[in-house]
Design a protein around this ligand. Structure first.
Ligand SMILES: [Fe+2]
Ligand SMILES: [Fe+2]
Length: 219
């Protein structure tokens, strides 16, 4: 019988290329598994944000703005600071060196990383403007948020289709050991797969208990 809840819903819905790897290969590539897990968690978060946008604040504006604010803060706090930094600093340079055909995609992804943090900060500001000033600012937030969701999903798709498969082919055991150690310190709470830092418990609980599926338990 299927179980319902964020843990179950955050699992990949379809086999990823990683699932096709032999067991030994998967054990060697913990960092790739972590990247996939974090992409899944982030995709779920982005889909929930899209659902909330479609529904709007209705007659519970306080809850709506609270949880949306928490979700944007989460994106700013985890993927922007930890996930992207490690891709740009540790993964991409190695792949670009050993698989030069990936250089154009990596250049694009690095540009995305560089503008991602500013983009999510801008969204947080636009959301506050809508909350504090009112409906005259709603369209500006909705337009920017939809563009951001599309941008982010395309970014992860490019990593998954071009960079990660190339990395699997060209990186050495020493490269993987270093990457695995670095990515293992991310501990993104929304993947629900690694011990999480208790200082983020409040943020995590707020999102999971109020946001709609697939990230949370809310309606
Ligand atoms: Fe990235
Ligand atoms: Fe990524």
């Amino acid at each position: 019988m299927p179980t319902h809840g964020p843990l179950n819903l955050l699992r990949p819905m379809r086999p990823t290329p990683l699932d096709a790897l032999p067991e030994r290969g998967r054990m060697l590539r913990e960092s790739l598994r972590i990247i996939h897990d974090e992409h899944e968690a982030l995709s779920a978060m982005l889909r929930s944000i899209g659902l909330m946008l479609d529904r709007g604040p209705g007659n519970e504006p306080e809850g709506f703005f609270n949880v949306l604010r928490a979700m944007l803060f989460y994106i700013d706090e985890f993927p922007e600071r930890l996930h992207h930094t490690k891709e740009t600093e540790l993964l991409f340079p190695r792949v670009a060196r050993l698989a030069p055909q990936t250089a154009p995609a990596i250049a694009q992804l690095d540009i995305d990383h560089a503008r991602g943090e500013a983009a999510v900060r801008e969204l947080q500001h636009l959301l506050l403007a809508w909350e504090l000033i009112g409906d005259s600012r709603r369209a500006a937030f909705e337009t920017a948020a939809k563009a951001y969701l599309a941008f982010y999903l395309a970014h992860m798709r490019l990593e998954e289709t071009e960079i990660l498969p190339a990395a699997e082919k060209v990186l050495s055991a020493a490269d993987w050991a270093e990457l695995d150690a670095a990515f293992a310190t991310n501990c993104d709470p929304l993947t629900r797969k690694y011990p999480r830092d208790p200082v983020y418990d409040r943020l995590f609980s707020k999102i999971v208990s109020h946001a709609p599926a697939p990230i949370g338990l809310g309606k």
